[in-house]
Design a protein around this ligand. Structure first.
Ligand SMILES: CC1=C(CCC(=O)O)c2cc3nc(cc4[nH]c(cc5[nH]c(cc1n2)c(C)c5CCC(=O)O)c(CCC(=O)O)c4C)C(CCC(=O)O)=C3C
Ligand SMILES: [Fe+2]
Length: 389
Protein backbone atom coordinates (compact mmCIF):
# COMPACT_ATOMS: atom_id res chain seq x y z
CA UNK A 1 0.00 0.00 0.00
CA UNK A 2 1.37 3.36 -0.99
CA UNK A 3 -1.26 5.31 0.91
CA UNK A 4 -3.90 4.47 3.45
CA UNK A 5 -6.85 5.45 1.27
CA UNK A 6 -8.12 1.92 0.91
CA UNK A 7 -8.00 1.47 4.66
CA UNK A 8 -10.01 4.66 5.11
CA UNK A 9 -12.68 3.35 2.78
CA UNK A 10 -12.74 0.07 4.68
CA UNK A 11 -13.26 1.93 7.93
CA UNK A 12 -16.05 4.09 6.45
CA UNK A 13 -17.98 1.03 5.29
CA UNK A 14 -17.38 -0.75 8.57
CA UNK A 15 -18.73 2.12 10.63
CA UNK A 16 -21.77 2.48 8.41
CA UNK A 17 -22.60 -1.17 8.97
CA UNK A 18 -21.73 -1.31 12.63
CA UNK A 19 -24.10 1.55 13.40
CA UNK A 20 -27.05 -0.03 11.58
CA UNK A 21 -29.00 -3.24 11.96
CA UNK A 22 -27.06 -6.40 11.40
CA UNK A 23 -27.77 -7.00 7.72
CA UNK A 24 -28.34 -3.64 6.13
CA UNK A 25 -26.84 -0.18 5.80
CA UNK A 26 -28.82 3.04 6.30
CA UNK A 27 -30.10 4.89 3.22
CA UNK A 28 -27.25 6.40 1.17
CA UNK A 29 -27.56 9.00 -1.62
CA UNK A 30 -25.20 7.31 -4.06
CA UNK A 31 -23.85 9.40 -6.95
CA UNK A 32 -23.23 6.48 -9.28
CA UNK A 33 -23.04 2.70 -9.62
CA UNK A 34 -19.80 0.99 -10.61
CA UNK A 35 -20.29 -2.34 -12.36
CA UNK A 36 -17.28 -4.58 -11.68
CA UNK A 37 -16.62 -7.25 -14.31
CA UNK A 38 -14.10 -10.05 -14.68
CA UNK A 39 -12.74 -8.70 -17.97
CA UNK A 40 -11.64 -10.65 -21.00
CA UNK A 41 -9.32 -10.39 -24.03
CA UNK A 42 -10.52 -8.56 -27.15
CA UNK A 43 -8.04 -9.97 -29.67
CA UNK A 44 -5.30 -12.61 -30.11
CA UNK A 45 -2.58 -10.31 -28.74
CA UNK A 46 -4.51 -9.84 -25.51
CA UNK A 47 -4.87 -13.53 -24.68
CA UNK A 48 -1.58 -14.23 -22.90
CA UNK A 49 -1.36 -10.87 -21.04
CA UNK A 50 -4.96 -11.39 -19.90
CA UNK A 51 -4.22 -14.90 -18.65
CA UNK A 52 -1.17 -13.59 -16.80
CA UNK A 53 -3.38 -11.02 -15.09
CA UNK A 54 -5.88 -13.67 -14.05
CA UNK A 55 -3.40 -16.18 -12.73
CA UNK A 56 -0.74 -13.98 -11.14
CA UNK A 57 0.47 -15.69 -7.96
CA UNK A 58 -2.09 -18.51 -8.30
CA UNK A 59 0.07 -21.53 -9.13
CA UNK A 60 -1.93 -22.48 -12.23
CA UNK A 61 0.17 -25.01 -14.24
CA UNK A 62 1.47 -23.86 -17.66
CA UNK A 63 -0.34 -26.71 -19.43
CA UNK A 64 -3.65 -25.45 -18.08
CA UNK A 65 -2.85 -21.91 -19.29
CA UNK A 66 -2.03 -23.17 -22.77
CA UNK A 67 -5.23 -25.14 -22.85
CA UNK A 68 -7.27 -22.10 -21.77
CA UNK A 69 -5.43 -19.87 -24.28
CA UNK A 70 -6.60 -22.32 -26.95
CA UNK A 71 -10.25 -21.81 -25.89
CA UNK A 72 -9.87 -18.07 -26.44
CA UNK A 73 -7.85 -18.50 -29.67
CA UNK A 74 -10.65 -20.68 -31.05
CA UNK A 75 -12.93 -17.61 -30.81
CA UNK A 76 -10.43 -15.22 -32.43
CA UNK A 77 -8.85 -14.31 -29.10
CA UNK A 78 -12.04 -12.53 -28.10
CA UNK A 79 -14.07 -13.25 -25.00
CA UNK A 80 -17.66 -12.09 -25.32
CA UNK A 81 -17.65 -10.96 -21.69
CA UNK A 82 -16.71 -7.30 -22.23
CA UNK A 83 -19.41 -6.80 -24.83
CA UNK A 84 -21.91 -8.45 -22.51
CA UNK A 85 -20.95 -6.09 -19.70
CA UNK A 86 -21.19 -3.05 -21.99
CA UNK A 87 -24.71 -4.08 -22.90
CA UNK A 88 -25.60 -4.82 -19.27
CA UNK A 89 -24.20 -1.45 -18.15
CA UNK A 90 -26.38 0.40 -20.64
CA UNK A 91 -29.46 -1.70 -19.80
CA UNK A 92 -29.10 -1.10 -16.06
CA UNK A 93 -28.56 2.63 -16.53
CA UNK A 94 -31.63 2.79 -18.77
CA UNK A 95 -33.69 0.87 -16.19
CA UNK A 96 -32.65 3.29 -13.43
CA UNK A 97 -33.40 6.30 -15.66
CA UNK A 98 -36.83 4.85 -16.49
CA UNK A 99 -37.52 4.81 -12.74
CA UNK A 100 -36.67 8.50 -12.51
CA UNK A 101 -33.31 7.86 -10.87
CA UNK A 102 -30.40 9.89 -12.14
CA UNK A 103 -27.74 7.33 -11.34
CA UNK A 104 -25.04 6.82 -13.95
CA UNK A 105 -23.57 3.32 -14.23
CA UNK A 106 -19.83 3.12 -14.85
CA UNK A 107 -17.97 -0.10 -15.68
CA UNK A 108 -14.51 -1.46 -14.93
CA UNK A 109 -12.82 -4.87 -14.77
CA UNK A 110 -10.57 -6.97 -12.59
CA UNK A 111 -8.42 -8.42 -15.36
CA UNK A 112 -8.65 -6.28 -18.48
CA UNK A 113 -9.34 -2.80 -19.84
CA UNK A 114 -11.20 -0.79 -18.83
CA UNK A 115 -9.83 -1.56 -15.36
CA UNK A 116 -11.69 -0.64 -12.18
CA UNK A 117 -9.07 2.06 -11.57
CA UNK A 118 -10.11 3.67 -14.90
CA UNK A 119 -13.74 3.62 -13.79
CA UNK A 120 -12.89 5.24 -10.44
CA UNK A 121 -10.86 8.00 -12.14
CA UNK A 122 -13.77 8.65 -14.51
CA UNK A 123 -16.24 8.72 -11.61
CA UNK A 124 -14.08 11.18 -9.69
CA UNK A 125 -13.66 13.45 -12.71
CA UNK A 126 -17.42 13.57 -13.12
CA UNK A 127 -17.73 14.71 -9.52
CA UNK A 128 -19.08 11.47 -8.09
CA UNK A 129 -17.90 10.72 -4.54
CA UNK A 130 -20.27 8.12 -3.11
CA UNK A 131 -20.32 4.98 -5.20
CA UNK A 132 -22.17 1.69 -5.09
CA UNK A 133 -20.15 -1.23 -6.45
CA UNK A 134 -21.97 -4.05 -8.21
CA UNK A 135 -19.95 -7.16 -9.05
CA UNK A 136 -21.16 -9.37 -11.90
CA UNK A 137 -21.11 -12.37 -9.65
CA UNK A 138 -23.93 -13.87 -7.59
CA UNK A 139 -22.47 -16.28 -4.99
CA UNK A 140 -20.10 -16.19 -2.03
CA UNK A 141 -16.49 -17.31 -2.52
CA UNK A 142 -13.09 -15.68 -2.74
CA UNK A 143 -13.23 -15.30 -6.55
CA UNK A 144 -16.84 -14.18 -6.68
CA UNK A 145 -17.13 -12.02 -3.55
CA UNK A 146 -14.05 -11.04 -1.58
CA UNK A 147 -11.75 -10.65 -4.58
CA UNK A 148 -14.07 -8.00 -6.05
CA UNK A 149 -13.98 -6.20 -2.69
CA UNK A 150 -10.19 -6.33 -2.81
CA UNK A 151 -10.22 -5.15 -6.44
CA UNK A 152 -12.10 -2.00 -5.40
CA UNK A 153 -9.68 -1.38 -2.52
CA UNK A 154 -6.69 -1.90 -4.83
CA UNK A 155 -8.20 0.50 -7.39
CA UNK A 156 -8.62 3.13 -4.65
CA UNK A 157 -4.97 2.65 -3.82
CA UNK A 158 -3.76 2.76 -7.46
CA UNK A 159 -5.68 5.96 -8.16
CA UNK A 160 -4.85 7.61 -4.83
CA UNK A 161 -8.57 8.36 -4.48
CA UNK A 162 -9.05 6.44 -1.23
CA UNK A 163 -9.76 9.50 0.89
CA UNK A 164 -12.07 11.06 -1.75
CA UNK A 165 -14.34 8.19 -2.67
CA UNK A 166 -16.63 6.02 -0.60
CA UNK A 167 -17.48 2.67 -2.18
CA UNK A 168 -20.09 0.28 -0.82
CA UNK A 169 -21.09 -2.93 -2.55
CA UNK A 170 -24.39 -4.59 -3.52
CA UNK A 171 -25.03 -7.87 -1.66
CA UNK A 172 -24.45 -11.26 -3.27
CA UNK A 173 -27.69 -11.87 -5.19
CA UNK A 174 -27.76 -15.66 -5.77
CA UNK A 175 -31.28 -15.95 -4.39
CA UNK A 176 -32.72 -12.68 -5.71
CA UNK A 177 -35.79 -13.33 -7.88
CA UNK A 178 -34.31 -11.33 -10.76
CA UNK A 179 -31.31 -13.64 -10.95
CA UNK A 180 -33.29 -16.85 -10.44
CA UNK A 181 -36.20 -16.23 -12.83
CA UNK A 182 -34.19 -16.53 -16.08
CA UNK A 183 -32.99 -19.98 -14.97
CA UNK A 184 -36.55 -21.08 -14.22
CA UNK A 185 -37.68 -19.86 -17.66
CA UNK A 186 -34.79 -21.65 -19.32
CA UNK A 187 -35.33 -24.95 -17.53
CA UNK A 188 -39.08 -24.99 -18.29
CA UNK A 189 -38.45 -24.28 -21.96
CA UNK A 190 -35.76 -26.96 -22.26
CA UNK A 191 -37.90 -29.66 -20.65
CA UNK A 192 -40.91 -28.76 -22.83
CA UNK A 193 -38.64 -28.93 -25.87
CA UNK A 194 -37.32 -32.39 -24.96
CA UNK A 195 -40.77 -33.76 -24.15
CA UNK A 196 -42.05 -32.46 -27.47
CA UNK A 197 -39.18 -34.26 -29.18
CA UNK A 198 -40.40 -37.48 -27.61
CA UNK A 199 -38.06 -37.94 -24.63
CA UNK A 200 -39.70 -39.45 -21.58
CA UNK A 201 -39.14 -37.52 -18.38
CA UNK A 202 -37.48 -40.56 -16.79
CA UNK A 203 -34.84 -40.51 -19.53
CA UNK A 204 -33.90 -36.86 -18.81
CA UNK A 205 -31.51 -35.52 -16.16
CA UNK A 206 -30.91 -31.93 -15.02
CA UNK A 207 -27.39 -30.75 -14.21
CA UNK A 208 -26.86 -27.44 -12.44
CA UNK A 209 -23.33 -26.41 -13.32
CA UNK A 210 -21.08 -23.91 -11.60
CA UNK A 211 -17.40 -23.03 -11.45
CA UNK A 212 -15.32 -25.41 -9.38
CA UNK A 213 -13.11 -23.76 -6.76
CA UNK A 214 -10.49 -25.19 -4.38
CA UNK A 215 -12.24 -26.97 -1.49
CA UNK A 216 -10.09 -24.93 0.89
CA UNK A 217 -11.66 -21.74 -0.51
CA UNK A 218 -15.13 -23.26 -0.54
CA UNK A 219 -14.77 -24.08 3.16
CA UNK A 220 -13.99 -20.40 3.84
CA UNK A 221 -16.83 -18.99 1.75
CA UNK A 222 -19.40 -16.93 3.62
CA UNK A 223 -19.09 -15.49 7.13
CA UNK A 224 -16.62 -17.26 9.40
CA UNK A 225 -19.15 -17.76 12.18
CA UNK A 226 -21.83 -19.59 10.16
CA UNK A 227 -21.66 -23.28 9.28
CA UNK A 228 -23.00 -24.17 5.82
CA UNK A 229 -21.99 -27.82 5.59
CA UNK A 230 -19.81 -29.37 2.89
CA UNK A 231 -18.45 -26.84 0.39
CA UNK A 232 -19.27 -23.88 2.66
CA UNK A 233 -21.67 -21.09 1.73
CA UNK A 234 -20.67 -21.43 -1.95
CA UNK A 235 -22.01 -24.97 -2.35
CA UNK A 236 -24.93 -24.38 0.04
CA UNK A 237 -26.13 -21.36 -1.96
CA UNK A 238 -25.99 -23.29 -5.22
CA UNK A 239 -27.86 -26.27 -3.73
CA UNK A 240 -30.53 -23.97 -2.31
CA UNK A 241 -31.01 -22.02 -5.56
CA UNK A 242 -31.13 -25.23 -7.62
CA UNK A 243 -33.94 -26.49 -5.36
CA UNK A 244 -35.87 -23.28 -5.95
CA UNK A 245 -35.39 -23.47 -9.73
CA UNK A 246 -36.58 -27.09 -9.85
CA UNK A 247 -39.58 -26.31 -7.67
CA UNK A 248 -40.54 -23.20 -9.68
CA UNK A 249 -40.14 -25.07 -12.95
CA UNK A 250 -42.53 -27.68 -11.53
CA UNK A 251 -40.56 -30.74 -12.55
CA UNK A 252 -39.83 -34.11 -10.91
CA UNK A 253 -36.86 -34.87 -13.15
CA UNK A 254 -33.83 -35.88 -11.05
CA UNK A 255 -31.16 -33.19 -10.74
CA UNK A 256 -27.73 -32.67 -9.26
CA UNK A 257 -25.14 -29.95 -8.76
CA UNK A 258 -21.93 -30.38 -10.77
CA UNK A 259 -18.73 -28.39 -11.16
CA UNK A 260 -16.75 -27.29 -14.21
CA UNK A 261 -13.66 -25.38 -15.37
CA UNK A 262 -11.33 -26.79 -12.73
CA UNK A 263 -7.78 -25.47 -12.85
CA UNK A 264 -4.95 -25.57 -10.30
CA UNK A 265 -2.51 -28.44 -9.77
CA UNK A 266 -4.01 -31.96 -9.67
CA UNK A 267 -2.77 -32.36 -6.09
CA UNK A 268 -5.04 -29.56 -4.91
CA UNK A 269 -8.61 -30.69 -4.13
CA UNK A 270 -11.36 -28.76 -5.96
CA UNK A 271 -15.12 -29.15 -5.71
CA UNK A 272 -16.50 -32.24 -7.49
CA UNK A 273 -18.08 -34.02 -9.33
CA UNK A 274 -17.01 -32.68 -12.72
CA UNK A 275 -19.78 -32.04 -15.23
CA UNK A 276 -18.13 -34.20 -17.91
CA UNK A 277 -17.65 -37.21 -15.65
CA UNK A 278 -21.26 -37.10 -14.59
CA UNK A 279 -22.46 -36.88 -18.21
CA UNK A 280 -20.22 -39.78 -19.21
CA UNK A 281 -21.75 -41.89 -16.43
CA UNK A 282 -25.29 -41.18 -17.63
CA UNK A 283 -25.14 -43.37 -20.72
CA UNK A 284 -24.89 -46.56 -18.66
CA UNK A 285 -27.81 -45.42 -16.51
CA UNK A 286 -30.13 -45.32 -19.53
CA UNK A 287 -30.34 -41.55 -19.65
CA UNK A 288 -31.03 -40.12 -23.14
CA UNK A 289 -31.03 -36.35 -22.64
CA UNK A 290 -29.42 -33.88 -20.28
CA UNK A 291 -30.40 -30.30 -19.51
CA UNK A 292 -27.42 -28.23 -18.36
CA UNK A 293 -28.37 -25.16 -16.33
CA UNK A 294 -25.36 -22.79 -15.98
CA UNK A 295 -26.45 -21.77 -12.48
CA UNK A 296 -23.13 -20.24 -11.44
CA UNK A 297 -22.83 -17.76 -14.28
CA UNK A 298 -24.41 -14.42 -15.13
CA UNK A 299 -23.64 -14.33 -18.87
CA UNK A 300 -22.52 -16.49 -21.81
CA UNK A 301 -18.80 -15.92 -21.36
CA UNK A 302 -15.99 -18.33 -22.15
CA UNK A 303 -16.65 -20.83 -19.32
CA UNK A 304 -20.13 -21.26 -20.80
CA UNK A 305 -19.24 -21.15 -24.51
CA UNK A 306 -16.28 -23.48 -24.23
CA UNK A 307 -16.61 -25.62 -21.13
CA UNK A 308 -20.34 -26.26 -21.57
CA UNK A 309 -21.35 -25.57 -25.18
CA UNK A 310 -18.22 -27.09 -26.67
CA UNK A 311 -16.71 -29.60 -24.24
CA UNK A 312 -19.65 -30.90 -22.20
CA UNK A 313 -21.87 -30.99 -25.28
CA UNK A 314 -19.25 -33.07 -27.10
CA UNK A 315 -19.00 -35.49 -24.19
CA UNK A 316 -22.78 -35.87 -24.26
CA UNK A 317 -22.75 -36.54 -28.02
CA UNK A 318 -19.95 -39.10 -27.66
CA UNK A 319 -22.18 -40.98 -25.23
CA UNK A 320 -25.22 -40.74 -27.45
CA UNK A 321 -27.00 -38.16 -25.30
CA UNK A 322 -28.86 -35.06 -26.39
CA UNK A 323 -27.73 -31.99 -24.42
CA UNK A 324 -29.47 -28.64 -24.02
CA UNK A 325 -27.70 -25.77 -22.27
CA UNK A 326 -30.20 -23.26 -20.89
CA UNK A 327 -29.59 -19.46 -21.02
CA UNK A 328 -27.69 -17.37 -18.47
CA UNK A 329 -29.39 -14.21 -17.07
CA UNK A 330 -27.44 -12.00 -19.55
CA UNK A 331 -29.76 -9.04 -20.06
CA UNK A 332 -33.01 -10.87 -19.35
CA UNK A 333 -35.47 -8.10 -18.33
CA UNK A 334 -36.10 -9.77 -14.95
CA UNK A 335 -32.36 -9.76 -14.23
CA UNK A 336 -31.91 -6.11 -15.19
CA UNK A 337 -34.94 -5.14 -13.09
CA UNK A 338 -33.55 -7.24 -10.23
CA UNK A 339 -30.21 -5.44 -10.33
CA UNK A 340 -32.01 -2.09 -10.32
CA UNK A 341 -34.04 -3.29 -7.30
CA UNK A 342 -30.81 -4.23 -5.54
CA UNK A 343 -29.50 -0.69 -6.14
CA UNK A 344 -32.76 0.87 -4.96
CA UNK A 345 -32.81 -1.12 -1.69
CA UNK A 346 -29.48 0.50 -0.85
CA UNK A 347 -30.67 4.00 -1.73
CA UNK A 348 -33.64 3.43 0.59
CA UNK A 349 -31.96 1.31 3.25
CA UNK A 350 -34.82 -1.18 2.90
CA UNK A 351 -35.23 -3.24 6.10
CA UNK A 352 -33.99 -6.79 5.83
CA UNK A 353 -37.48 -8.26 6.30
CA UNK A 354 -38.66 -6.48 3.14
CA UNK A 355 -35.81 -7.63 0.92
CA UNK A 356 -36.58 -10.36 -1.58
CA UNK A 357 -34.73 -13.64 -1.12
CA UNK A 358 -35.89 -17.02 -2.42
CA UNK A 359 -33.81 -19.22 -0.09
CA UNK A 360 -33.49 -19.37 3.66
CA UNK A 361 -29.82 -18.46 3.37
CA UNK A 362 -30.58 -14.90 2.29
CA UNK A 363 -31.04 -12.03 1.90
CA UNK A 364 -27.25 -11.74 1.97
CA UNK A 365 -25.35 -9.02 3.84
CA UNK A 366 -24.76 -5.46 2.59
CA UNK A 367 -21.45 -5.47 4.43
CA UNK A 368 -19.56 -8.75 4.54
CA UNK A 369 -19.22 -10.38 7.94
CA UNK A 370 -15.84 -10.92 9.59
CA UNK A 371 -13.60 -13.39 7.77
CA UNK A 372 -16.01 -13.63 4.83
CA UNK A 373 -14.69 -15.54 1.80
CA UNK A 374 -11.04 -15.55 2.75
CA UNK A 375 -8.54 -17.11 0.36
CA UNK A 376 -6.81 -20.18 1.75
CA UNK A 377 -3.44 -19.37 0.16
CA UNK A 378 -3.16 -15.64 -0.41
CA UNK A 379 -2.51 -13.41 2.58
CA UNK A 380 -4.75 -10.63 3.88
CA UNK A 381 -5.46 -7.77 1.48
CA UNK A 382 -7.49 -4.65 2.19
CA UNK A 383 -11.07 -4.86 0.96
CA UNK A 384 -14.05 -2.53 0.83
CA UNK A 385 -17.51 -3.33 2.21
CA UNK A 386 -16.52 -5.74 4.95
CA UNK A 387 -16.27 -5.79 8.72
CA UNK A 388 -12.77 -5.99 10.11
CA UNK A 389 -11.39 -9.49 10.71
C1 LIG B 1 -16.04 -18.87 -8.87
C2 LIG B 1 -15.53 -18.38 -10.20
C3 LIG B 1 -16.23 -17.71 -11.19
C4 LIG B 1 -17.71 -17.35 -11.17
C5 LIG B 1 -17.94 -16.07 -10.49
C6 LIG B 1 -17.56 -14.86 -11.33
O1 LIG B 1 -18.13 -14.68 -12.41
O2 LIG B 1 -16.69 -14.11 -10.90
C7 LIG B 1 -15.32 -17.42 -12.25
C8 LIG B 1 -15.64 -16.71 -13.40
C9 LIG B 1 -14.81 -16.48 -14.50
N1 LIG B 1 -13.58 -17.01 -14.71
C10 LIG B 1 -13.11 -16.55 -15.91
C11 LIG B 1 -11.87 -16.85 -16.47
C12 LIG B 1 -10.84 -17.53 -15.82
N2 LIG B 1 -10.85 -18.03 -14.54
C13 LIG B 1 -9.65 -18.63 -14.25
C14 LIG B 1 -9.28 -19.22 -13.04
C15 LIG B 1 -10.10 -19.41 -11.92
N3 LIG B 1 -11.44 -19.09 -11.80
C16 LIG B 1 -11.87 -19.39 -10.51
C17 LIG B 1 -13.15 -19.22 -10.01
C18 LIG B 1 -14.19 -18.55 -10.69
N4 LIG B 1 -14.09 -17.97 -11.92
C19 LIG B 1 -10.74 -19.91 -9.81
C20 LIG B 1 -10.75 -20.35 -8.36
C21 LIG B 1 -9.65 -19.93 -10.68
C22 LIG B 1 -8.25 -20.36 -10.36
C23 LIG B 1 -7.33 -19.18 -10.31
C24 LIG B 1 -7.75 -18.16 -9.29
O3 LIG B 1 -7.71 -18.47 -8.10
O4 LIG B 1 -8.10 -17.04 -9.72
C25 LIG B 1 -8.80 -18.47 -15.40
C26 LIG B 1 -7.36 -18.93 -15.49
C27 LIG B 1 -7.24 -20.15 -16.33
C28 LIG B 1 -8.02 -21.29 -15.75
O5 LIG B 1 -7.49 -21.86 -14.80
O6 LIG B 1 -9.12 -21.55 -16.23
C29 LIG B 1 -9.54 -17.81 -16.38
C30 LIG B 1 -9.11 -17.43 -17.77
C31 LIG B 1 -14.09 -15.67 -16.48
C32 LIG B 1 -13.95 -14.90 -17.80
C33 LIG B 1 -14.46 -15.73 -18.92
C34 LIG B 1 -14.27 -15.01 -20.23
O7 LIG B 1 -13.18 -14.48 -20.49
O8 LIG B 1 -15.23 -14.99 -21.02
C35 LIG B 1 -15.14 -15.63 -15.60
C36 LIG B 1 -16.41 -14.83 -15.72
FE1 LIG C 1 -12.61 -18.25 -13.34
Amino acid sequence: MTNNGAQLAVVAATEAAASGPEHVTSPVAYDAVVLAGFGGPEGQDDVIPFLRNVTRGRGIPDERLEEVAHHYRHFGGVSPINKQNRVLRAALEAELTARGLELPVLWGNRNWEPYLADALRAAHERGFRTLLGLATSAYSSYSSCRQYREDFAAALDTTGLGSELRIDKVRQFFDHPGFVEPFVDGLRTAIADLVERGFGEDAIRILFSTHSIPTADADRSGPRDRDFGEGGAYAAQHRAVAEVVVREAGTDIPWQLVYQSRSGPPTQPWLEPDVNEVIAGFAEAGVQAVVIVPLGFVSDHMEVLWDLDTEATEVAQQHGLVAIRTPTPGTHPAYVRGLADLVVERLRGTPVAERPALTELGPWYDVCRPGCCENARLGFRPAIAGLAP
